[in-house]
Design a protein around this ligand. Sequence first.
Ligand code: SRM
Ligand code: SF4
Length: 561
Amino acid sequence: MSNEEINKPENLSEVEGFKVESRGLRGDLAEQMENRVTGNVTEYGKQMIKFHGSYVQDDRDRRAEREEKKLEWAYSFMIRLRIPGGDINAQQWLGLQESCDTKATGVIKITTRQTVQFHGVVKARMKPTMKDFDALNLDAIAACGDVNRNVITGSNPLTAPYHAEVHEYATKISEHLLPRTGAFKEIWLDGEKLAQNEPTEEDPLYKDIYLPRKFKIAITTPPHNDVDVYVHDIGLIAVGEGDTLHGFNVSIGGGLGATHGNPNTYPRRGDVIGFIPKEKALETCWQIAAVQRDYGNREQRNQARLKYTIDRLGLDFFVGELQKRLDFTIEPARPVPAFTHRGDPFGWLEDHEGKWYYTAFVESGRVIDEDGYNIKSAMKEIAQEDICGFRFTANQNVMFTYIEEANKAKLDNILQKHGITIDAMNPTRREAMACVALPTCPLALAEGQRYLPEFVGKVEALQEKHGILNQAITTRITGCPNGCGRSYAAEIGLVGKNPGKYVLRLGGDYEGERLNIPYLEEADETEILQTLDALFGKFVSEANENERFGDYAHRTLFASA
Ligand code: SRM
Ligand code: SF4
């Protein structure tokens, strides 16, 4: 295929037309939000509102009841904020909680990309909610849509003395790759409207076509890999020495989404293409996105992610094209410490400057008071004390940051009062993740976060039976093959196929270097547990010294894969 053919496809997908017609992501969204005849928006509106951080959804548990009453489905909106690196301050948390309590379901959800979502915001409350965010100096711009999404970065401050510097790159890159448009202000914040005959803002990166598909960047500082750095369009792995950050090894073309039964779609681990100095990180990310803008597939959305562009054109072609656009030479990748884990460092940590951090477990990122584990009340009270920052982790947990020694006892007391401890929690549960799935996700084929606690309990029972309860086995569930809970990068990965049925994927590693492989194509809980029972038994008697379950499963089940 010639470059011209690649750049000028014949049959653009419908969404491509929407983007070009949108006049800088405005479209008729403002009018649609004023239409109170329906709680829904048009197909065009659905695509456009994603760029503003929102998805229209309905409560799937209530569909039958609504249909019986001849009512339209119970539509509402999910709004996802853009919080690069997951950091906000205590006042922002209090404001978000207040906004969620009064305008959404009251349950803030910490996502696998280090930000938070509100669910159940009805149309009439969309503008007031966005205004709440603005008053807190937060926004939802580009949290979804065919643009660069929230940039995530490793949360653990102890990985290197330059961790804080690495962390700042999340914000810098996010800002550098933001769409240049006043649409957000106009639609949600009563900003001055662009007249019909006025030209839209110049956007050198996105132009009027944006990217062919969503685009994700993750940064990590070895040896911690909580962001699963190889599964994003761009993964930056910090390279430094002593106190000094030198730059990043760059991985490109990771991504997890797939469609059942379509072999042209697949999860893919990124390729490391070399080392870049830190001063070139912003420009490199921008140019990688620009190459994808110019060469990504705009005819078939299920072939549009960067991973498919690379596989279609070849890694050498892609890197060659990138190199032509950069004013420096990408160097060979530099040695970095091996990744050792992905789970969060729960409890207290002290950094090299004597500041303290406390990571608290939040099951599937849902900030609620449940069964005596009152994380919502605890977070509120901690924020009211104003003694720390809040950092959401890519494992859907929360870290209280930059705490003075003198305030540690205060935080401990609040946590104790609200039952926040992981002392009685087994390692597998601490590190388990699931995506949202039912009832809000329109794409869910099976349960996700609602099923996780029960499933993990059953895995733990098997671990206990085989004497391996003290070992963390990365266990993740997603309600469909899109992989939002990163279940393709788990030692035990469940991928929803039908109600109560999952693809069981095994053989991923604990450190996040290797994706797993399907072992059972469509299994119910009984089959999955029987399989794990047998495998745990063999693992205990056959594993090599210090071999983890994922490595054992990979070696024995897929040796030739
Ligand atoms: Fe995701 C779509 C939830 C992280 C891959 N994802 C969705 C939607 C918006 C469903 C939709 O399109 O209507 C889900 C909304 C559910 C709901 O009710 O809230 C949804 N994704 C999530 C979250 C909230 C899961 C969670 O429980 O934390 C995560 C929000 C992240 C964020 O803050 O931005 C989330 N999604 C991911 C990840 C993991 C990651 O990025 O680290 C992936 C796999 C990595 C990747 O992108 O390849 C992921 N989500 C997808 C895909 C498949 C993309 C693909 O290339 O095929 C879709 C569907 C799509 O884009 O067509 C999707
Ligand atoms: Fe929804 Fe599927 Fe993502 Fe789960 S993996 S949140 S079911 S799109």
